[in-house]
Write a protein that binds this ligand. Structure first.
Ligand code: ADP
Length: 753
């Protein structure tokens, strides 16, 4: 879960950032790399550039000939010959410039296409963990801002740069041909023009890189403002967010101004020096001409060539900031491309045959981060055809077990094997081909139902899609739609209900005829009636394949052939439902916690038995009649996902019991979530302190999934205790002894349950 406070990071973080290593030559090397597949195009472009450059330097030489041979000797024939040659040259260079424009645009755009494709391909191969680690705004910025400046260089600036460098080199050479003494003076003075760029360009480049970084932070803020608008509204964070954004913009403006100014000074210093050299040579040249050492034609040619040099230097300096910007952008693109996919296909990896014997975890340990293991020494063997449920409290590692079976990650220690073959050495495609997956939130694309189902098996025929939809029990509903299978599902499947979306996902999974069916909380976001119907479908299609499912709702897995119970990353129990209940261990406690509730068909209201209430330590001392009264007083509250239940500082007046759903706490006032704090789910409770006193809430509580809660008001609870001071004192003692909900810490509640 990304922290909502993430965007408060500022460019001062720059200090921690690596210095960009890509120099201008490094960037040109990358340009060469991406243009290599288009050698023919590039050769055509270079030839066209050479022809144009030849014309540019031929003109000053023509001046020399016209002055010294035609005008001085009044020779019309020479003049006409020279003019004809010039005209022919003009035609050739005009055609060359058109050819160059076409081919440079073509090769530049193709090279850009290749770069985009390489990035997108890399994006698809990056591990799941990468996406939780990076800001999506930063990632988007690499694909938009950074690629835009690179595109500008690939399609335009790089050609201007090459052309100007060609003119510079040829004009400088010809200066020597025309008058070597003057050329020597020019050459001696010219290094002046290199000092500025040399001193400033690396700083300009560094600033450009930082500029890109801050632009990425700005993009992240915008993305967060869109993604977390509900939290921003409910907390009234508009002003603080706006201030944060304004600070970022001020920072961006500062860095962008310095970056642009430094780049401009670096480039301008070069052209200014060339102007100085021009004035110098003009003076010396005129002196030599007056003394007959130099012809007038040569002086004119020399000055014209020098103008070429000045123009070319100007152009180089004009495109230099673009190239520096592009190398900053390219560095960020290269950083992204060098991001290692953690799960790699090892060369020569074996294809997995269709699962027929066993899935084994052999002493598997794994952590998303070095510091905190998500699984520790987990071992189990599941026979092909078994239906396995992985259960445990939130954050205990259930989904991680599925992630490892799906090989979204490799274990840090131990092995995951299918029929004895280590997944690490097996080809990913052969694993995917025999795996069907249904997740809690199934992703549907904004296309037709047909295409959404077919994603499971792109070469499936329409008949096969229909068969899968029939098995997923969604075919009849689809046939009632005006466009049937060609109906579009809307963005994220918004035109369908939660249950329908899950059935589409099930059809998608069935289409693969999976040997392994992976179900990660597939019905936890559905109302009880829909969840029960979808569970029935899943049970039916699970026959004949090996099923691994996670759920925190135990009522739906009692039929499973095996239940694996995990707690804090360790596997603590395994067996079948009744056997596990008899053990009276972790599973038994989880079961107890979730039993005693009756939920209405539509999932909007619930009732709780007095026995269930008695299991809550705070209420354990009450007699049955009082417990029954409390059970009658409980009010059902139904919340969608991401809805605030109560906020820090509000007067606490209610106690909550979670019938179904998931609850998390938001600790910081800026809306950021409490990292590492476990979520509460079915059967847990919170806000108990509110039953005893009117203390303000210590924390903010929000739903992490659609949730059904039962609440009890303090006033009613107090009325119940009136006239029973002894009982009240006993409850207060109980609360103190167990330190329930000290500072409303979830960990404490769970630990004391
Ligand atoms: P469960 O499915 O039982 O709720 P998970 O397997 O999702 O638990 O998570 C186990 C632990 O790993 C938790 O502490 C969780 O915070 C952490 N975790 C899960 N996914 C990630 C991730 N992508 N990056 C970092 N930590 C993660």
């Amino acid at each position: 879960m990304s922290e909502a406070g993430g965007s408060s990071r500022t460019a001062t973080d720059q200090a921690k950032l690596p210095t960009p290593s890509l120099t201008l030559t490094g960037f040109l090397g990358q340009v060469f790399r991406y243009f290599r597949p288009y050698t023919i195009h590039t050769l055509v472009v270079l030839t066209a550039l050479l022809l144009q450059a030849a014309f540019r330097v031929a003109v000053p030489i023509a001046y020399q000939q016209i002055f010294d041979r035609a005008i001085l000797h009044r020779d019309m024939t020479v003049l006409l010959n020279l003019l004809s040659l010039l005209f022919a040259g003009w035609v050739i260079q005009a055609i060359a410039s058109l050819v160059q424009d076409f081919f440079s645009a073509k090769s530049g755009n193709r090279a850009m296409g290749d770069l985009r494709l390489a990035m997108f391909d890399h994006l698809l191969r990056l591990p799941v963990g990468y996406y939780s680690r990076v800001d999506s705004g930063d990632l988007m910025s690499r694909f938009s801002n950074d690629l835009a400046v690179i595109e500008n260089a690939f399609v335009r600036s790089i050609h201007t740069f090459l052309f100007s460098v060609l003119i510079l080199l040829t004009s400088l050479t010809l200066l020597f041909v025309v008058e070597w003494r003057l050329a020597l003076i020019t050459l001696a003075a010219l290094p002046l023009s290199l000092i500025g760029p040399r001193l400033l360009s690396s700083r300009a480049q560094w600033l450009s890189y930082q500029c890109k970084r801050v632009e990425a932070l700005v993009a992240t803020s915008i993305q967060e403002a869109i993604g977390s608008h509900a939290v921003i509204r409910t907390f009234g964070l508009q002003a603080s967010r706006l201030k944060g954004f304004r600070d970022q913009l001020t920072e961006l403006a500062g860095i962008a101004t310095t970056a642009r100014f430094t780049a401009s000074v670096a480039s301008r210093s070069a052209s200014q020096s060339v102007y100085f050299v021009q004035v110098l040579t003009m003076g010396v040249g005129a002196y030599l001409a007056i003394h007959g050492i130099l012809t007038v034609g040569s002086l004119v040619a020399f000055v014209a060539l020098l103008l070429n040099v000045a123009n070319a230097a100007n152009h180089v300096s004009a495109v230099m900031p673009d190239l520096l910007q592009a190398s900053g952008g390219m560095q960020r693109v290269l950083d992204f491309l060098s991001e290692e996919p953690t799960v790699r296909e090892i060369p020569g990896s074996q294809p997995l045959p269709r699962l027929s014997r066993q899935v084994c975890f052999e002493d598997v340990s794994f952590g998303y981060r070095q510091s905190s293991p998500a699984l520790l020494n987990v071992s189990f063997t599941v026979n092909a055809g078994e239906s396995v449920a992985v259960v445990g409290p939130s954050g205990s590692g259930k989904s991680t077990i599925l992630n490892l079976i799906l090989r979204l990650y490799d274990p840090d220690r131990g092995r995951v094997t299918l029929d004895g073959l280590d997944l690490r050495y097996s080809s990913e495609s052969s694993l995917r081909a025999q795996t069907g997956v249904v997740l809690q939130d199934s992703v549907l694309f904004n296309t037709t139902l047909l295409e959404n189902i077919r994603i499971g098996q792109p070469d499936a025929t329409e008949a096969e899609v229909r068969r899968a939809a029939r098995k997923a029990e969604i075919h009849d509903m689809i046939m009632l739609l005006p466009k049937r299978y060609l109906t579009k599902v809307g963005e994220g499947g918004s035109h369908l209900s939660g249950g329908e979306r899950q059935r589409i996902a099930i059809a998608r999974a069935i289409l693969r005829n999976p040997a392994l069916l992976i179900l990660d909380e597939p019905t936890s976001a559905l109302d009880p009636a829909t969840a029960a119907a979808v569970n029935e479908t899943l049970q039916r299609i699970g026959r004949g394949c090996t099923v691994f499912s996670t759920t925190h709702r135990l009522g739906s897995i009692t039929h499973m052939s095996r239940i694996l119970v995990v707690e804090r990353g360790r596997m603590v129990e395994q067996g079948q439902h009744h056997g596990l209940l008899d053990r009276q261990g972790v599973y038994y406690q989880l079961w107890q916690k979730q039993s005693g509730f009756t939920v209405s068909e539509d999932g909007r209201t619930a009732q709780c038995s007095p026995e269930r209430l008695q299991a809550i330590p705070l209420l354990a001392g009450l007699d049955r009649q009082r417990l029954q009264t409390i059970a009658d007083l409980l009010v059902s509250e139904s919340y969608p996902e991401d809805r605030i239940v109560y906020s820090k500082g509000e007067p606490g007046d209610r106690f909550y019991l979670i019938v179904r759903g998931e609850i998390e706490q938001i600790l910081a006032p800026d809306g950021s979530r409490g990292g590492g704090v476990r979520k509460l789910s079915d059967g847990d409770y919170f806000g108990a302190q509110a039953l005893l006193d009117a203390m303000p809430r210590q924390t903010t509580i929000q739903t992490a999934a659609p949730s059904l809660l039962l609440s009890l008001r303090r006033r009613q609870f107090e009325q119940l205790l009136e006239g029973e001071p002894g009982l009240r004192a006993a409850i207060e003692r109980e609360s103190k002894n167990r330190r329930i909900e000290q500072h409303d810490t979830f960990e404490t509640i769970i630990a004391r349950f």
